[in-house]
Design a protein around this ligand. Sequence first.
Ligand code: PLP
Length: 352
Amino acid sequence: MQSEPQAFDRVLSSMCTDPHPAARDAAERFLATNPGDPGTYPTVATLEDDAIEQLGEIAGLDDPAGYITSGGTEANIQAVRIARERAGTRTPNVVMPESGHFSFRKAADLLGVELRVVPTDDDHRTALEAVRASVDDDTAAVIGVAGTTEYGRVDPIPELGEIARSVDALLHVDAAWGGFVLPFTDYDWQFAHAPVDTMTIDPHKMGQAAVPSGGLLVRSPDLLDALAVDTPYLESTAQATLTGTRSGAGVASAVAAMDELWPDGYRRQYVRSQNNADWLADALEKRGYEVADPTLPLVAADVPRSTFDALRAKGWRISRTGTGELRIVCMPHVTREMLASFVGDLDRLEVR
Ligand code: PLP
């Protein structure tokens, strides 16, 4: 059988990374377990409690509830579902910035919820005035992103919380990617900083756990009740997850990664990744490209399409934002040497 040849050495666009060795090992050991059936697999069910406890600590939530999802998409879908159930209107809507992840489109489509997309400002953060103008009595949730997929921006979460409260809507924060770097920054994004009700925070991104390992956190356990269905043939009585059988590998690897890395290992990684992003932004600026300031470890730069294509042809796994900028995510596997080699290729292309 062939394995994926990339080995991460030219991967600059992924939001996943090489799992920490302890996470890899734990994933393997729990590969044949199913936390969806806690009566049969009690050890992994206990590990899931540990995972939620740890995620709660990272996200500033004292008495955390939630579960390990298959990824950010599932967590976002479930958050919208909670909001819809709680809103009790026949015509619910959710308001999100245009920088919101496309998983919310899936959520809206599946759940029959109107998605109201508002513009971002010049710094790619949600435009608060537009959010205020979009909410109404049918608004089930206001969505803020803490670490956007394209520019790594953090929306003004406390202000979004005020707007959500003004119409009795929930505030959902999507920190799928940002959640494991933001604790080491000055941003207000946590449950402790704002009236956050639900949050997506994924161990399989900056958390260095194996795929599939996403995280859904809720401010209080009763919010999960909206998701629970009875489970007649299992020993447990109810299930709040979207999937039935789930990977114990994701749960165990999340716990292993967080045990190893929280907080010092993650802090060191954040500093390394941010330094790399700053270095790359500087290198691109010096070569005359327009670069969006990397406020988190993610660089977006206005590189011509032909150059982008030539770099891809050289084997670099890079991607583009919706408006066509080159986008590079400084994940843990992205080293300074990789970036220097990338810039070297860019220079050689420019010479010709
Ligand atoms: N939310 C954000 C901010 C993301 O960047 C992503 C993916 O990159 C997601 C949600 C979706 O996560 P997943 O691909 O794990 O479902």
